[in-house]
Design a protein around this ligand. Structure first.
Ligand code: AMP
Length: 983
């Protein structure tokens, strides 16, 4: 053996460089043989025996290892074999052989040239069993010749160190049960440091919650398809599959498993939800915390159970908090109107945690004096319905008059049906009022004669109380209700006297109870008898004279009635208390179906009128907040009125100051007696009076924005024309109602209109003679009365002809006030000048930007002949048309209005006038520039830019905003172009 002297060098190098890392193999490699793992002799066969030598050494961790060396470089014809033990192949077909070795460079060994080799050969032999020591060289197949990559490596210091080579070779396919490896040396100096034989597998793995087992790939190039199985507590969503490559890698995961309900995905396992958590759906989401008012005590919960007294409605998601029935509705109030009641309540304090709250109303009729109740019968109507109400109000109609009812109002939600014990309701008990009686339906004719007829009738089917009397209204059929007579009867019969013979009459009856008038009966027709005697020729003259006398007497009577009825505002009382006769002539025609205003002065005892028309309020129901104005009789305050079982409302309270006289008290309360007769959205509503305690008060609805004139002045030019027309329409509608009632206001002006928070205008300030006393605008006329000159029609000023037509004139002035935002009509012209100018036919000019249609309406209201003025009904309809057609309001009066100007005097110097009124009065006939002879501007177009200072310079003191002066001046200019045309 010529090699041994080189061996120490070989081994030293091995220990220096070998195995710098501990042996950690990839997880997809399965070792069949690892020489390093064996610490005893490996027992491999060397052939011939002096060829390869087994040597013990240590690796860098000083772990003993077994190596084989051969180094017969000096001799020719070397053929040294080293055979491993039999290696069973297990399930693998393709093997890998990893060799770690050192190989000496022949150049580094002196005198070996020609014999030294630098390679060795790797062989294998497949067998089904271990053949023991039997070794036959020719049975082996060569795998490869193994050469060193680099035999030596130069160190930084110039030393040469031996490098450890690693070579891997594949052996495949192996089909027999096992095999041997053999290393053939042909004359190299080689040390085999380690030999490892392994195959590759796809290792056990969990993907998408599916388990894939260890899989050994096939020898071929194809992939092995492997089906996964779902981990515990999960189920297949889509068949899980993967492919195992020949390199032992898993490829292309397909499909997945999902954790079952109650289990959550923890990456490679499905774990049960902890107590207090739940999972209702299968899927890889996490467990959720139990929603409020629910719990779980166990692991793996699919849903949480509701806490005591809480529920889940069908269809509620499991993620929703548990809920309970709502508490009872609150603050139930009832507003009784005869035999119907409006129930109104507040939303329950606790809705039970749900939004689907509705209300059910149960009606029970209860017997007075006993606690017994029974369900209301079917005739009772609920509006909109009794159950499933989404709003907090219901109207119950068609109840019986004077009856006790109990209403149970329950708030419900979707869990109410699950919790009968927890359901609550609010209860309200009411007693229905008197209702107006129903109509008289049966009228019978008992007896007729030439001049009279006796009739009787049956009581209405539902009197709804004690019938106080019946009103019998009749008129000649051919007169068409232009003149009619009214009788009152306490009984159910009446005799109509003084009728014309042989004439057809129509008659209607209505009953009256404390609740008011019932419905009017249908028209009943009857005819008086013809004259029973014929007129002979000799008597004819006498008869004619008699008839003429009778007619004259009748006519005289009618004229007398008209005069009396007019002077007493259409009402006269008969001496017989049970049969009062009212008669209206043509002049005081009332529309059928509309109540007539009753003058409180016609009552012998005026306090009776107050109590007939105004409700007496208990002072304890009224809370006064603050003073908002001053009336003639005392302060006007704002406050609140809370009547039992009614909502609290804001009210205005007029007080009668201490130390009043009886006349003052009567006059103060007369306003309530008048107001109490009205019921219209544009008339200030009377809530009641306090007369039984002091101070005496009149309580009306509260109008947040106070009087219209100051309201407009405060909001100058801030409204659209449509808003202004809307306000005007309201005033006209209220005035129509008053005129239909036969009430003449006499003091209609913006200061007597009140405005609420919704801009609704209501007519106020009702009174009798005191109306005008109260009004600071009222002035004494030559005839003695006090009159608000600027608002009053000429005939009313001249001879106190106050009618609805004179109210229309005043309405025209209100129109002007509204469109000029509270400007004072005729500015500060004196009353005398106003009377004179108006009498001469001149009228106020259109306010700035006034729509032509509205200015035309003003002019119509200011027609001298009152019969030519529009009626309030027409005014309402004109305004309605304008509102419906706002385009018609775009044409402004200054551009197209009829020429119609104010006052006529010949004066040219603006500076010589002390007031705006005087100036306007004088300037009317002048061209614009002449009128402004003292002012430093050249064109009337620049007028709007002219400052107040400049106006002042020329002596113009302005009451209203400057733009209104400009409007007046522009009007003047237009006027001067067209020439004055008095109306
Ligand atoms: P009168 O005595 O009716 O002219 O009222 C005097 C003042 O009290 C009015 O100009 C209003 O400012 C105020 N006033 C009267 N009635 C009401 C009401 N119903 N609402 C609000 N303010 C009112």
């Amino acid at each position: 053996m010529g090699c041994t002297r080189f061996l120490p060098l070989l081994l030293l190098l091995i220990t220096l460089v070998c195995c710098a890392q501990p042996a950690v193999y990839p997880s997809n490699e399965v070792n069949l043989l690892d020489s390093k793992a064996s610490q005893g002799e490996l027992g491999w066969i060397s052939y011939p025996p002096h060829g390869w030598e087994e040597i013990s050494g240590v690796d860098e961790h000083y772990t003993p290892i077994r190596t084989f060396q051969v180094c017969n470089v000096m001799d020719y014809s070397q053929n040294n074999w080293l055979r491993t033990n039999w290696i069973p192949r297990k399930s693998a077909q393709k093997m890998y052989v990893e060799l770690k070795f050192t190989l000496r460079d022949c150049n580094s060994i002196p005198m070996v040239l020609g014999t030294c080799k630098e390679t060795f050969n790797l062989h294998y032999l497949e067998t089904d069993e271990d053949q023991g020591d039997k070794f036959r060289e020719h049975q082996f197949s060569k795998i490869d010749t193994i050469a060193a990559d680099e035999s030596f490596t130069q160190t930084d210091l110039g030393d040469r160190i031996l490098k450890l080579n690693t070579e891997v070779r594949e052996v495949s396919p192996i089909t027999k049960k096992g095999f041997y490896l053999a290393f053939q040396d042909v004359g190299a100096c080689v040390a085999l440091v380690s030999v490892r034989v392994y195959f590759k597998k796809c290792p056990f793995t969990v993907r998408n919650l599916a388990v894939f087992p260890d899989t050994v790939p096939m020898d071929t190039q194809s992939l092995v398809e492997v089906r996964g199985s779902c981990v515990n507590n999960s189920k297949e969503e889509e068949l899980p599959k993967m492919y195992c490559s020949t390199e032992g890698e898993w490829l292309v995961p397909i499909g997945k498993c999902l954790c079952n309900v109650g289990y959550e995905d923890r990456g490679v396992t499905c774990q049960a939800c902890r107590p207090g958590f739940y999972k209702a759906l299968s899927g890889n989401m996490k467990c959720s915390k139990c929603p409020p008012l629910s719990y779980t005590n166990q692991e793996g919960a699919v849903h949480c159970s509701c806490e005591k007294n809480y529920f889940r409605a069908e269809g509620d998601p499991v993620s929703m908090a548990c809920t309970r029935p709502p508490s009872a509705p609150r603050n139930v109030i009832s507003i009784i109107n005869e035999t119907s009641v409006i129930l109104d309540w507040s939303w329950p304090e606790d809705t039970g945690g749900r939004k689907d709250v509705t209300f059910n109303v149960l009606c029970k009729r209860c017997f007075i004096g006993s606690k017994q109740c029974e369900p209301c019968r079917g005739a009772v109507r609920f509006l909109p319905r009794a159950t499933g109400l989404t709003n907090t109000t219901v109207t119950v109609a068609d109840l019986l008059a004077h009856t006790n009812y109990t209403f149970e109002i329950e708030a419900q939600n979707s869990v109410s049906s699950l919790a009968h014990m927890l359901r609550q309701h609010a209860t309200v008990t009411i007693t229905t009022n008197q209702a107006a009686p129903s109509s008289v339906t049966v009228i019978r004719k008992d007896r007729t004669s030439r001049n009279s007829i006796s009739l009787s009738w049956l009581e209405p089917e539902s009197p709804n109380g004690i019938i106080l009397d019946y009103e019998v209204k009749y008129y000649e059929k051919q007169e068409q209700e232009t003149s009619y007579t009214i009788l009152r009867s306490k009984g159910t019969n009446v005799t109509l006297n003084g009728l014309k013979p042989d004439t057809r009459y129509l008659l209607q009856i209505r009953a009256r109870t404390a609740a008011g008038y019932g419905g009017t009966s249908r028209k009943f027709e009857f005819e008086t008898s013809p004259d029973s005697f014929s007129i002979s020729s000799e008597n004819s003259q006498v008869v004619l004279i008699a008839i003429a006398c009778a007619v004259a007497i009748i006519l005289l009577t009618i004229v007398l009635y008209i005069v009396i009825s007019r002077c007493c505002c259409g009402y006269s009382k008969s001496k017989h208390p049970d049969k009062k006769r009212l008669h209206f002539g043509n002049g005081h025609l009332r529309l059928p179906g509309i109540r007539t205003y009753v003058d409180p002065h016609t009552y012998e005892d005026p306090s009776q009128a107050v109590h007939e028309f105004a409700k007496e309020l208990d002072a304890s129901c009224i809370a006064i907040d603050k003073v908002v104005g001053a009336g003639e009789f005392g302060e006007v305050c704002s406050g609140r009125l809370k009547l039992p079982s009614k909502k609290e409302i804001g009210v205005a309270i007029k007080t009668l100051k201490a130390g009043y006289t009886e006349t003052q008290r009567r006059d103060f309360l007369s306003e309530a007696s008048i107001m109490g007769q009205f019921d219209h959205p544009n008339i200030i509503r009377l809530e009641g009076v306090v007369t039984r305690s002091k101070p005496v008060m009149i309580v009306t609805e509260y109008m947040e924005n106070g009087s219209l004139d100051s309201f407009l002045r405060k909001h100058d030019a801030q409204f659209t024309v449509i808003q202004l027309v809307g306000m005007l329409r309201g005033i006209a509608s209220g005035m129509k109602y008053l005129s239909d009632m036969g009430y003449v206001h006499r003091d209609l002006a913006a200061r007597n209109i009140l405005v609420n928070s919704n801009l609704v205008c209501k007519v106020s300030d009702f009174g009798l003679s005191r109306v005008l006393e109260d009004d600071p605008e009222a002035a004494y006329t030559t005839r003695g009365g006090k009159i608000p000159i600027r608002w009053t029609a000429p005939e009313a000023i001249a001879y106190r002809k106050f009618t609805s037509a004179s109210d229309v004139w005043s309405y025209g002035i209100v129109l002007w006030e509204v469109l000029s935002y509270g400007e004072r009509p005729y500015w500060e012209m004196s009353n005398q000048d106003v009377i004179k100018a108006v009498d001469e036919g001149y009228r106020l000019p259109p306010p700035m930007d006034c729509p032509a249609a509205l200015y035309q309406l003003m002019l119509d209201c200011w027609q001298k002949d009152r019969n030519n003025r529009p009626k309030f009904e027409q005014i309402v309809s004109i305004l309605d048309k304008l509102i419906r057609n706002p385009g018609s309001l775009k044409i402004t009066a200054s551009a197209s209005r009829p020429v119609n100007q104010l006052l006529d005097r010949n004066s040219t110097d603006i500076t010589s006038f002390s007031s705006m009124g005087h100036w306007l009065e004088s300037a009317r006939t002048l061209p614009c520039k002449e009128a402004f002879s003292g002012v430093s501007y050249s064109s009337c177009d620049t007028l709007p830019k002219t400052s107040a200072e400049e106006f002042k310079k020329v002596g113009v003191t302005i009451v209203g905003p400057q733009k209104k002066i400009v409007s007046s001046i522009k009007a003047l200019e237009t006027h001067t172009k067209n020439g004055p045309v008095p109306v």
